[in-house]
Write a protein that binds this ligand. Structure first.
Ligand SMILES: *Cc1c(COP(=O)(O)O)cnc(C)c1O
Length: 357
């Protein structure tokens, strides 16, 4: 069977050969000098990627674990947080906060809409400890205007926390310039590495909240991690092979250049959107100005699962839709290691698949 695949995945994503090769080696101790040097490089790389001088915490967990760790470290029981809900991942953030006994105020938007700053700010008051904003909503394929939220919250005591698991590495984050207090991401999306690591960047304002927060934590204790960061180590065993991978993936990122990467992601996603529309399908994003550069959610009512299957048989792996739109949407990833040629091949396979159906 001929099984060459093009992986237009929404996480985990395709891993470049260079990154795979970097992992094909013997393990090292997380207390060795070699590890510390790598830890220091990865921290510096993540600072450049998030455009921050803030502390970088490295966690061995998935994106969701990283989201949870932020709640544990930044808040106390009954704290009020506001969650703009634009899809499954922003909904998840509200659910995690609720599981920890926070008072969660949800501001709901129509599926496919981006979060409107004014509507959200209307429920933010002096008691609001944080706004939990998804940077790039991986279910509906939209991104939120992080810069506008940063501006709105700049002179308040409210933390702006953003889940950029599917944004960082494909979509600009200017943490310090935009006044974002916490940015979190994972290794397995636009970062081109396997699953296993979470990264959190923290502003000084975030550290003030961390000093006061009383929710229980142990494995994910940021203060302990900050102490270990001084020696370029983590308190516990880290996913060392995923670190090898991220170390090499960051080399690739800076060899290509951040601006170039963002342009490539924008161009690839635009090409997917234009191609999808030309083939008579609709975009799920309501406003194309906020359509995600890292994935495109395609609206194909009742037909989405058949299209995903046919694309798979034609050699292109895409993501299925997420409930409640699992029958009606599919998601084409352009995050990470995706070229214009991959996009062209995907559109070719999509045309062929639609004809076959
Ligand atoms: C993938 C993703 C997550 C969850 O990551 P896991 O590694 O599956 O836990 C969280 N938020 C967003 C926006 C994501 O795209």
């Amino acid at each position: 069977m001929f099984d060459k695949k093009i992986r237009m995945m929404v996480g985990p994503t395709e891993i470049p050969q260079r990154v795979l090769q970097a992992m094909n080696r013997q393990v090292i101790s997380h207390r060795s000098k070699e590890y510390s040097e790598m830890h220091g490089r990865v921290v510096e790389g993540m600072k450049k990627l998030f455009r921050t001088d803030g502390e970088i915490i490295i966690l061995t967990t998935s994106g969701t674990g990283t989201m949870e760790s932020v709640i544990q470290n930044c808040f106390s029981a009954n704290d009020k947080v506001v969650v703009p809900v634009v899809g499954n991942f922003s909904k998840r953030y509200g659910d995690i906060a609720e599981a920890y006994g926070l008072e969660v105020v949800r501001v709901e938007f129509e599926p496919g809409e981006t979060a409107d700053v004014e509507k959200v700010m209307a429920v933010v008051d002096a008691d609001t400890k944080g706004v939990l904003l998804v940077h790039n909503e991986s279910s509906t394929g939209i991104f939120n205007d992080l810069e506008a939220f940063g501006k709105a919250l700049k002179d308040t005591d409210t933390l702006l926390i953003t889940d950029s698991v599917s944004g960082t590495g494909g979509l600009d984050v200017e943490m310090d310039n935009w006044g974002v207090d916490v940015v979190l991401t994972g290794s397995q999306k636009a970062l081109m590495a396997p699953p296993g690591l979470g990264f959190v960047a923290l502003s000084d304002k975030a550290w003030k909240h961390i000093e006061e927060a009383t929710l229980p934590k142990y494995f994910f204790d940021y203060k302990r991690m900050r102490d270990f960061n001084k020696k370029n180590q983590t308190p516990w065993t880290v996913a060392i092979h995923t670190m090898f991978a991220v170390d090499e993936a960051l080399n690739m990122v800076f060899e290509e250049g951040l601006e170039e990467i963002y342009i490539r992601h924008n161009n690839n996603a635009k090409m997917i959107r234009d191609g999808v529309k030309k083939l008579g399908l609709e975009l799920f994003a309501k406003d194309e100005n906020f359509a995600s550069p890292t994935l495109t959610t395609v609206y194909a009512p009742g037909k989405a699962k058949a299209i995903v299957k046919a694309l798979g048989e034609n050699g292109v792996i895409v993501g299925g839709g997420l409930a409640p739109f699992d029958e009606d949407t599919l998601r084409i990833g352009t995050m990470g290691y995706i070229s214009e040629n991959d996009v062209a091949a995907t559109l070719y396979a999509l045309e062929k698949s639609l004809k076959q159906l």
